[in-house]
Design a protein around this ligand. Sequence first.
Ligand code: GLN
Length: 540
Amino acid sequence: MSIKYIFITGGVVSSLGKGLTSASIGYLLETRGLKIAMLKLDPYLNVDPGTMNPFQHGEVYVTDDGSETDLDLGHYHRFTHSPLSRASNTTSGQIYDTVIKRERKGDFLGKTVQVIPHITDEIKSRILACAKQDKETQVVLVEIGGTVGDIESLPFLEAIRQFRYERPKDCIFLHLTYVPYLKTAGEVKTKPTQHSVQVLREIGIIPDMILCRCESPLSEDIKAKISLFCSVPQEAVIDEKDVAMSIYEVPVDLHRQHIDEMICRMLDLQTPPASLVKWEKMLENVLHPTGGKIRIGVVGKYMNHQDAYKSVFEALHHAAATCNVSLELCRFESDRIDANQPLEQSLGGCDGYLVPGGFGERGWEGMVLAAEYCRTRKIPYLGLCLGMQVMIVEFARNVLKLSGANSTEIDINTAYPVISMLSEQRNVQNLGGTMRLGAYPCDLLEGTIAFQAYGKKLIQERHRHRYEFNNEFKKAYEEKGMVFSGTLERGSLCEISEIPSHPWMLGVQFHPEFKSKPLEPHPLFREFIKAICYASNRSR
Ligand code: GLN
């Protein structure tokens, strides 16, 4: 049978949750036994989001093959089993880069190189490449970034129009729009949706289904109106109301409106019905935990950005749900932590602390103070990437008494470079694509917290960093009670540090958050939360 394609566009405003919607639909199709693949097309000109500031773009999601991708791939990972690699995220930057390189090579045989057909052909070939990643793929979901009407997304829309023209039976278009409620008028407004569908029609795309983001469910009258104006059957006007508590409610809401059944009908896919039993059980734990409440402080430098630590927050929620506790996240901007104030005052009040990844000097010392606070007060601490480096530096300064110890990222002239760049990388000039990226194996030491959490000796985790623990200091750390419980290739690089005399203090050079799923919480996050529950039960 031919592969089917679902294209998801967005209208009216950005931030409607197209990634979440696409991922939720992907999940529903998987529960019907279909093998899916997901692709995000991003209209910006950066080759990848790796060089973008988290304030601009939110989290950079890293895949096993070391691609730095859009954070929507994190949603795809959490909701589905779609293969995720460099074939799963394409930007305009990549498309133009490829076409221009081919032009320089003379591949176009003297022709004028144009947006149509050369750019659109390249876009179409990327869609096919995503479908070919796994030969069992039956359905490809393609999310088009940006909002319909943007100049920069036009080539993508033109490409998917052509794609459907070439495969009329195998493609459908879903359009996610916004239906606002006007308080003063006391009613919901369909006009923005009508206009955004009009813009799509001008390009030659007629949506098969309209998903309406709204505050509360739409009445049948409103659905009838949207149906009439947009030439979509009324049953295919779906409301996607704001979820009350958790993003994991979205698939359940969509399934209730028969979205998966309708999609299968439109694409002529014969499958058994969806089964959401496991998902609903997980959701019950997310929505109604019975084991009390814990507070976790996240101490980082991009705390004001909603999405900068997306996977970290999600991984904490997954772990809290399995431990049946409700989780309150407290955000601490690390550059506001004042060394002259008592730490209780600037940091106090949480049952455990997490220091996530980051780059550069701003806020660094505040994070070191957070590590000191947790180590000396015996409060559970989890450090991710930069968070492990912080833990290492704090230990050097305060336990090994190496005054001024630092990471060379922060102080290139430090007398004690306990975190430094590997000598072979020191000549790095380009900031794009020069990090240790993607999945690396890690050997675990038996009898450690890490080994106990994973329950096996060999694991694989994803990296995204330039600096490493400096092995010249390893012995000094071990003598003072730090254990390096995870190493790359039998000791060559230290990947996990832990302090056995502390109730739970662990740092990892990798990013476990990228692998956590609501149905498969990450073992380190789970153990971190368990340790917090244990410690806070004891102190109650
Ligand atoms: N800035 C640090 C490094 O490059 C940590 C990176 C991170 O936390 N992802 O090594």
